[in-house]
Design a protein around this ligand. Structure first.
Ligand SMILES: [Zn+2]
Ligand SMILES: [Zn+2]
Length: 96
C-alpha cells in the first residue's frame, strides 16, 4: 500500500491524547516498528496522518511511522499487512 504523509492536516489530537495512542487503542498489538516497508526503526514512533495514494476522497488515516518517515514528502510504501486507523473519531474514540 502506498501513502503520503499529510503534515498540514490541521487535525487536533483526539480523546486518546495523541495519534499514536489512538492507533494503539484500536489495534490488537501496540506499534513496535515504523510501518514503512524497508524500515526497522523502533525508536520515537509517532502517529503520522496519511492519505492513501490510490484514493482521492480526502480520507485521512493514522499510521505509526518513525521520525524520518513522518517528515517525508515522498510517497511511502507500507508493509503488506499495515493497519491504517481512521482519523474519523466519530467512528472510534468519540463514538457515542
Ligand atoms: Zn482517538
Ligand atoms: Zn521509518
Amino acid at each position: 500500500m502506498k501513502i503520503k504523509v499529510i503534515r498540514d492536516s490541521n487535525l487536533s489530537n483526539c480523546n486518546c491524547g495523541n495519534w499514536l495512542a489512538h492507533w494503539n487503542n484500536f489495534n490488537a498489538k501496540p506499534a513496535v516498528f515504523c510501518l514503512e516497508i524497508r524500515c526497522t526503526q523502533m525508536a520515537r514512533l509517532q502517529g503520522a496522518i496519511v492519505k492513501k495514494s490510490d484514493t482521492n476522497n480526502g480520507e485521512l488515516f493514522v499510521v505509526p511511522l518513525c521520525e524520518k518517515h513522518a517528515l517525508s514528502n515522498d510517497e511511502l510504501t507500507l508493509v503488506n499487512n499495515a493497519n491504517l486507523e481512521t482519523t474519523d473519531v466519530t467512528k472510534t474514540c468519540d463514538k457515542k
